[in-house]
Design a protein around this ligand. Structure first.
Ligand code: FVH
Length: 288
């Protein structure tokens, strides 16, 4: 593989992991961080520390930004916009889709090829199976630099709209956070019976894993739009009253499950109680 000069701006937990993967693969890697000490371990690995952002940007044709948020991307890059002209900016900083589109427009205005990235991994997963990199924006930049992206995780280009990677990233995180909240709710329920969260996790993990097998079927119902087709668990059957009462009896918060019960209730109140559970998608799609 051709070795590409790459600059990484931002050496927090994730930026450092991305830079280390580049160095290990033999790419000449320049690194910069607002707090310079964070570059030391990478320099020991073989990276070159840049003293200033202009030095970092001009060291490579490919510049990776892995900063805290959209504001920090502008803080770091606005003063060096002219130096970025003609280079490729891969921005893996988490932003909203609108912020990604705004940064892409800013880059286009300065003649910078722009690829937005969403990293579906935590830093120790970088370069390991299970890590994936969602990209959107310039397809040419994606194709040219795909071997770099694949060093971090399996990469995919979702489309020219630079906001798409962020949209998918945040949508997938929604599933993760709500699942974790459900797990913590269950752990709080059984804690009253003297069960540790660790012991509960041993039962929850295989159960939740098995339930992901239902996603494709639920999705097919949503896409088909027929919540009356046979074989679906009805909304009436899915009533969470027992779950909520048992939680309240334990003296724990019912907030996590109240949300789901409310989504169900809106459909039942609209006369849809006999229809499938997937119909709560309509409660989400059409807010009260
Ligand atoms: N860590 C993770 O698990 C997630 C996985 C999914 C993707 N996220 C996103 O990646 C971005 C960076 O995350 P991180 O884990 O590296 O974050 P931190 O360790 O907090 O490092 C933040 C870096 O940003 C620098 N920084 C912040 N503000 C500024 C600024 N105004 N000017 C210049 N640099 C700034 C900070 O510098 P310093 O504090 O060390 O001086 C760090 O280098 C993020 O979008 C995640 O959502 C990671």
């Amino acid at each position: 593989m051709t070795k590409t000069n790459v600059t990484v701006l931002g050496l927090g937990a994730m930026g450092a992991a991305l830079a280390a993967a580049l160095v290990r693969a033999g790419h000449p890697t320049a690194v910069w961080n607002r707090t310079p000490a964070k570059a030391h371990a990478l320099v020991a690995l073989g990276a070159t520390a840049a003293d200033t952002v202009p030095d970092a940007v001009t060291a490579s044709d490919v510049v990776v930004a892995c900063l805290l948020d959209a504001a920090s991307v502008h803080d770091v890059l606005d003063p060096v916009a002219d130096l970025l002209t003609g280079r490729t900016l891969i921005n893996v900083t988490t932003t909203t889709p609108e912020q990604a589109r705004e940064i892409a427009a800013w880059a286009a205005g300065h003649g910078v090829a722009y690829l937005d990235g969403g990293i579906l991994a935590v830093p120790p997963m970088i370069g390991l199976p299970g890590s994936s990199i969602l990209c959107s924006g310039s397809e040419a930049a994606f194709e040219q630099h795909r071997p770099l992206l694949d060093l971090w995780g399996a990469s995919t280009h979702l489309g020219d709209d630079p906001g798409l990677a962020s949209l998918y990233d945040l949508a997938l995180l929604a599933g993760m956070y709500v699942m974790f909240a459900g797990f913590f709710h269950g752990a709080a329920m059984v804690a009253g019976a003297g069960v540790s969260a660790t012991a509960f996790a041993r039962r929850a993990a295989p159960w939740l894993s098995a339930m992901t097998g239902a996603l494709a079927g639920l999705a097919a119902v949503v896409d088909g739009g027929d919540y009356t087709a046979p074989g679906q668990q009805s909304l009436d059957f899915s009533d969470l009253r027992d779950l909520i009462d048992a939680s309240a009896a334990q003296g724990i918060s019912t907030e996590v499950v109240d949300v789901v019960q409310e989504l169900i209730r809106r459909q039942v109140d609209a006369g849809r109680g006999g229809e499938g559970f997937a119909r709560i998608y309509e409660s989400v799609k059409h807010p009260a």
